[in-house]
Write a protein that binds this ligand. Sequence first.
Ligand SMILES: [Zn+2]
Length: 209
Amino acid sequence: MAVQTGDDSKPELVICEHCDSVYQRSPLPAGAVARCLQCGAELYRNRRVDLDTMLALTVTSMIVMAIANAYPVVWMDLGGQSRSVTLWGAVLSSYDAGVGLVAVVSAACIFLMPLLQIAVLIYVLVPLRAGRVPQYFASAMHALRRMQPWSMVEVFLLGILVSAVKLAADAAISPGIGLWGFALLTYLLTLITSYDLHELWDLAAEEQS
Ligand SMILES: [Zn+2]
């Protein structure tokens, strides 16, 4: 059964299930557990995962990712001729240059995996926030854990910086919107993946019980 767990639905009074003592509910710091003073049983807890914040960060990542992929990462000035380089331009030119495998792997690590990560997180977080456990929750969570090591936006960002420093000798390089996008995306993905996924498992278990 799905249980509504919004803050509004929480009763003001809490009754200990073990000894029937009655307490007034009060706000807890994150991660804290309220226990019965008589018997020590758990009364309620404040979840460490803030689903609202997590979902907001995830949705923002999706938007930032779209911007980072759509706009040029760098602008190059080659003898008076200005050329923009997008992520996809770089991937395609490495494919044309005969390093097809490199192109495919980098596209997977900097585009496909982060995109899948974000999509799966949204799929899990939206129902959890509404007090429901999504279908295929366990599979989604396992997939999320397996995807994590393959999502490497920061490696790409480092690659751009190294190339830019090298190229700066021959051409004037200026950063594009895409570069700032990838920098922000790296930061956001680090924040999101630093959340403890165990908390989501606990939350789902509570909803299902
Ligand atoms: Zn008690």
